[in-house]
Design a protein around this ligand. Structure first.
Ligand SMILES: *Cc1c(COP(=O)(O)O)cnc(C)c1O
Length: 365
């Protein structure tokens, strides 16, 4: 049944690479899941077989991220983009203001959406200089009466990442972790709510993971439509209506793979090694390649860089494409090049990219 195949060096920003082992497991189980004679896609979401998949995915995420007891893991749809609206709908009451730390295009979108629903303010911004850095903790300006403080932990488009997180005390910190969740260990208890579209580091598109602290659920605005209320998902274990069952199944397979790799600490070590291959090549290139992010804000997930001019960038991207590399063009809003090296991107693909960058420079430098 297995045809011979060739896997691409996949540097897509999202949807992105999935572990080969997870894809093969899905292939193996596609026609007959667990002796049911059905695909996971064909199971009732109320069946025991599906429920086991659902609960295993939740349990694994809790285990891998060491999520404390007083948090729930929820599965939603609508992507991270719907969270931009759901967060203020639930947590920004009249008379309060929510602070946003601006670190890139996704923060801007989150802010713009919240602005439609309530009062917002910029707690700090790195826009000056085109989002090359992450504001220092001392720069964050917000009162202890703020509804919440919103941050974007990894800036997918500009290639910057928070290196450590502030302590916001009684002000709940809410984070968009779409592009770096599960890439490194961090202290979940610093956050009130975390959200992430799955299609970068957790699995395929179609499901959004939310990690929410119980006391926030109690404080949420009750007059929100049912499907836009976190409480609806928390109350019914994300089974109020039909969840995206196959996407959640793929998340489960991806989490099992992370566990097999040795968990988040082991993945983090490998992510550091992968990113170092490319950043060291940039730094040793004598300015042939120029990184966008300030070194102290560099992302382990999205490496952004430019060449001397657009012509040379086009030549580099064409050469890469011919050699089997996918997804290296920068986001259309910034240009240049970007290598997205999420958890599932193999070390070998990063080493191959390094080799390509070195030989391209030799031929064109
Ligand atoms: C990709 C991305 C989004 C948008 O996600 P959708 O699931 O497409 O809505 C939001 N925030 C960040 C940080 C992202 O990387």
């Amino acid at each position: 049944m297995t045809k011979s195949f060739k896997r691409a060096h996949n540097f897509n920003a999202g949807p992105a690479a999935l572990p080969l082992a997870a894809l093969q497991k899905a292939q193996e189980e596609l026609l007959d899941f667990n002796g049911t004679g059905m695909s996971v896609m064909e199971l009732s979401h109320r069946s025991k077989d599906y429920e086991a998949v659902h609960n295993r995915a939740i349990g694994l995420l809790k285990e891998l991220l060491a999520i404390p007891e007083n948090y729930d893991v929820l599965f939603l749809q609508g992507g991270a983009s719907l969270q931009f609206a759901m967060v203020p709908l639930n947590f920004l009451p009249a008379g309060k203001k929510a602070g946003y730390v601006m670190t890139g295009s996704w923060s801007e979108k989150a802010y713009a959406e919240a602005e439609k629903l309530g009062e917002v303010f910029v707690a700090a911004s790195a826009k000056e200089g085109n989002y090359r850095r992450i504001p220092a903790t001392e720069e964050l300006k917000y009162g202890s009466d703020a509804a919440y403080l919103h941050i974007t932990s990894n800036n997918t488009i500009f290639g910057t990442q928070w290196q450590d997180f502030p302590d916001t005390g009684d002000v709940p910190m809410i984070a968009d972790m779409s592009s770096d969740i599960l890439s490194r260990p961090f202290d979940v208890s610093k956050f009130g709510l975390i959200y992430a579209g799955a299609q970068k580091n957790l699995g395929p598109a179609g499901v959004t993971v939310v990690i929410i602290r119980h006391d926030l659920l109690d404080q949420a605005n009750k007059k929100v439509p049912t499907m836009l209320k976190y409480g609806t998902y928390a109350k019914d274990n994300s089974l109020y209506n039909t969840p995206p069952t196959f996407s959640i199944y793929m998340v489960k397979l991806m989490l099992e793979w992370v566990k097999e790799q040795g968990g988040v600490a082991a993945i983090y070590k490998r992510n550091q090694e992968k990113a170092a291959l490319i950043y060291e090549t940039i730094d040793a290139s004598n300015g042939f390649y120029v990184g966008h992010a300030q070194p102290d804000a560099r992302s382990l997930m999205n490496v952004t860089f430019r060449l001397a001019n657009e012509e040379l960038e086009k030549k580099f991207l064409d050469t890469a494409k011919k050699s089997g590399f996918v997804g290296l063009n920068g986001h259309r809003s910034v240009g240049g090049c970007r290598a997205s090296i999420y958890n599932a991107v193999p070390y070998e693909s990063c080493a191959a990219l390094r080799d390509l960058m070195v030989s391209f420079r030799k031929e064109n430098g």
